[in-house]
Design a binder for this molecule. Structure first.
Ligand code: FES
Length: 328
């Protein structure tokens, strides 16, 4: 997938609240570069924000079709998050924001005989362009989109989804006792059909389990997550790195990776979303529980607690690790 890797300055062109906690940002690049070429279904951009004077980077899926002029992203405000969404929500029209990309780690295969798209919460963002792109193909393959949210008011882009998909769009609101029946959805997908999922880790774990149980090919399930959804609310925890005689406390509003980097303990990394596994380090000792928030380690590996993905996973208690990073 083609990608652009240089940082460019954008200006916040407009803001639109899609739900009480989801805000859409339209960002106009200051250079004249045409941004459409690298903007494919499933692609995202990285933004650089300041949190308490320190730069932090976050990835956000691009929303909808490119117009050749502006990026569009939507950000869910998380009070218990690590500060990225709160920093985004503090932006006003006219503010400047550094942006890198687009890149795509969630590419869409256009040759499947049928598609099932599943979104959980803010995971709807990459699905919009996927839907539009698939439907733009002449005689397009059958497509169904199911969208789960905690509250009805949190279904973002509902009018557009209904207009695009009609009866092929279904929403499931947990507070109304309606949950996605993942096994039934997979069962209804025609043979050879592909499933694309973007949602919190528990949703992806459930999908992976059901997909494996269905006996369908692994390659026909594609997914992306956001590492903000754990079993426990973020809280400070202690990390020791005996090899480097480091003993730190990771604050509630910082990732373990960022806290380690701040004291000079480097870890390999790429996605920072719990997907690539590059940042996984060995666990030497654990006093408490690991809140695994990645989708890289298998459920068996997570249960064994021998490795932890530092970009998204957290601990309740304390942990000793050995960084896999070895500078030459
Ligand atoms: S950097 Fe990719 S899983 Fe952590």
């Amino acid at each position: 997938m083609k990608s652009s890797t240089h940082w460019r300055t954008t200006r916040v062109e407009s803001l639109r609240d899609m739900t009480p906690t989801v805000r859409e940002f339209t960002l106009r690049p200051q250079d004249a570069h045409d941004i459409s070429a690298d903007w494919s279904p499933g692609s995202h951009i990285e933004v650089e924000l300041l949190r308490e004077g320190r730069p932090i980077r976050r990835s956000y899926s691009l929303v909808g079709r490119p117009d050749g002029e502006c990026f569009r992203i939507a950000v869910k405000r998380l009070e218990a998050g690590q500060g990225g969404s709160r920093a985004m929500w503090q932006l006003a029209v006219g503010d400047r924001l550094q942006v890198n990309g687009p890149r795509n780690h969630f590419g869409l295969d256009l040759h499947a005989p049928a598609y099932l798209l599943v979104a959980g919460g803010i995971g709807i963002t990459p699905m919009l362009h996927m839907t539009q792109h698939l439907q733009a193909k002449a005689g397009h393959a059958p497509l169904r989109l199911v969208y789960g949210a905690h509250e009805a008011a949190e279904i973002a882009y509902r009018p557009l989804l209904r207009e695009l998909l009609g009866d092929s769009f279904a929403e499931f609101v947990a507070s109304e006792g309606r949950h996605i029946d993942i096994a039934a959805e997979i069962e209804a997908l025609p043979p050879g059909g592909q499933m694309y999922v973007c949602g919190p880790v528990p949703m992806l774990d459930a999908v992976r389990r059901q997909w494996a149980a269905s006996g369908r090919p692994v390659a026909e399930l594609r997914y992306e997550t956001f590492g903000t959804s754990g079993r426990f609310a973020p809280q400070p925890f202690r990390v020791e790195v005996p090899r480097q005689r480091i003993d730190i406390v990771v604050p509630a509003d910082s990732s373990m990776m960022d806290a380690l980097h701040a004291v000079g303990v480097q870890t390999l990394h790429d996605c920072k979303r719990g997907e690539c596994g590059l940042c996984a380090v060995d666990v030497l000792a654990l006093d408490g529980e690991i809140d695994h928030r990645d989708v890289f380690l298998s459920e068996h590996e997570k249960a064994g607690n021998r490795r932890i993905c530092t970009c998204v996973s957290r601990v309740v208690g304390s942990i000793a690790i050995d960084s896999a990073y070895r500078p030459d």
